[in-house]
Design a binder for this molecule. Sequence first.
Ligand SMILES: [Mg+2]
Length: 180
Amino acid sequence: MKNYQQLAARTLIDAPDFEISDQDIMLAWNALGLAGEAGEVADLVKKDVFHRHGLDVGKIKKELGDCLWYIAALCSRLDLDLNEVMADNIAKLEARYPGGFSTRDSINRVDVTPFPLTNLRRFVGASEPASEPGTLFTRRLSQPPYSLTTSEIRKVIEVVETTCNECWDSDSDCNCCNDE
Ligand SMILES: [Mg+2]
């Protein structure tokens, strides 16, 4: 059997088969920069917690500033107002966690969907109809960490029944079903 590196190389390309604009290159540069600076913050914390180096808050402060620079840069490139990004984030958190953070609110994410569909996808076995009461799907929703009530489970089932099984968009928006 071929080793992993050889198998992975099948999808490796030497160059993109399309033109990349300077604008896209700079956007990617800034996005990579943000990821790199976030990595520097994580590394300082890792070295403190797991390597026992001690925490240099001054260094973290500088790295957080570097993160902020890239965030501001991305906002400028994408014609976004950083103040608006901050205000939107606070508004999202107020909707999602009206009483402060809780794992239950984190799972339910009322600001996104009635229930996180990505989690549902993990629950629904290929052969199991999600919407039938008493299935593994409904049993798991009734237990921790979800611990949904019967009426909450009914709402979840409503969502499952009105979304496409392929893309999980609502049936009316979904392209994979409507294209046929
Ligand atoms: Mg830095």
